[in-house]
Design a protein around this ligand. Sequence first.
Ligand code: GDP
Ligand code: IMO
Ligand code: MG
Length: 400
Amino acid sequence: MKEGNAAVIGLQWGDEGKGKVIDTLSDSFDVVCRYQGGANAGHTIFHKGEKLSLHLVPSGIFRADKLSIIGNGVVIDITQLIKEIEELRAKGIEINNNLKISKRSHLILPSYFEEEKETKDKIGTTGRAIGPAYSNKILRKGVRMGDIFSPTYLDKFNLPPEYLKTIETFRKNYGHMVTDTVELIRQLLKEKKRIIFEGAQGVLLDIDFGTYPYVTSSNPTPGGILTGSGIPPNSISNIIGISKAYTTRVGKGPFPSRMEQETEELIRNSGKEFGATTGRPRDCGWLDLVALKFSCWISGITEIVLTKIDVLDGFSEIKIATAYEIDGEKQEHFPSEIWKLEKAKPIYKSLPGWNNTKSIKNYNDLSGEAKNFIKFIEDSTEVKIGYISTGVERGDLIRV
Ligand code: GDP
Ligand code: IMO
Ligand code: MG
């Protein structure tokens, strides 16, 4: 990895293991910053042997000396944020001046949950009112975090009294965390502090580049870092893409490389593929290089972290989608039209499988077959795999 700042970007449909990777890599950084999404994210971290899911609080929070920032591009449900902070505090995690929240971030208002009802079923959303929060922001009807300090300004929004009480509690107990994070980031960069940006969701869920309309309502791709934090465009030297050694998807929308049921169930059980936010079973499929190549390109990925290779242990054959067949024609680039993707049949390459990658920490301890799989991905994406994750714990990571 180069000196300077970094970003961690999910390259698939979310849940690639970003939380684990951030928790591990943040050791070398001073600041962890979320820039988009909201409590639709569920980032799992094993802390002292206990499994914890973070939704709004950045994944560096378990390291006492790191600063966490929730940037302006994040949409915040304050009830959820209070709950999350208090649950973490109850586990002995200190959260006080080490968490800063942007004054420009938008609040998720109670009425937004009602507004989401229709799309919740159509898209299979997480039910966290993310779509309405971003649409109200774009319609210029939103309430921003900085507005909670002016009761007279809030009067214009006709907010329900119970919600005004929640705002009041938040202002009293957590108001000191709310600040101008653009100015804060400017100062941190001047002091040569290193920032790592924590993406939520993944490239294929991006509102512009994902599988529209089966996407989220923000930009997980690196453009979202600039608009969602206020960092200047030339300040990020490492764009780290996270991909599972296979693929998962939760919610609705096409999934060309989905596995047949029996294999899917094996992977779902061994990979514990159940949503960290909603508990929904995730659909599982083989690695899709058509999609991965697109994700790496659109994000300018400088290195890949390949996660969950251990979940594929024990298969005699591993499949990788290298192209699609659409209406009888072979296609190697990822289609932009959903109605084309719905017709895509993957063309697979089969590679020999491997055993025993679980918790391996040295590249040389991997079998030839596992190394061959890694090389095949590197050659196709033209991006180096810099780390391989081999288990849920912080230390289960190979630095290649
Ligand atoms: P995120 O949303 O990208 O942070 O990912 P999630 O936390 O939603 O889902 C990833 C799941 O995989 C979590 O349960 C992690 O504990 C787990 N995980 C992450 N990396 C690995 C790995 O290398 N091997 C295994 N077996 N599990 C992993
Ligand atoms: P992390 O950060 C996986 C999916 C939902 C749905 C679509 C839109 O843990 O990787 P939304 O609630 O955002 O309007 O739902 O996006 N989705 C995710 N899938 N991981 C996530 O986050 C997701 N956040 C949203 O399932 O298909
Ligand atoms: Mg997740």
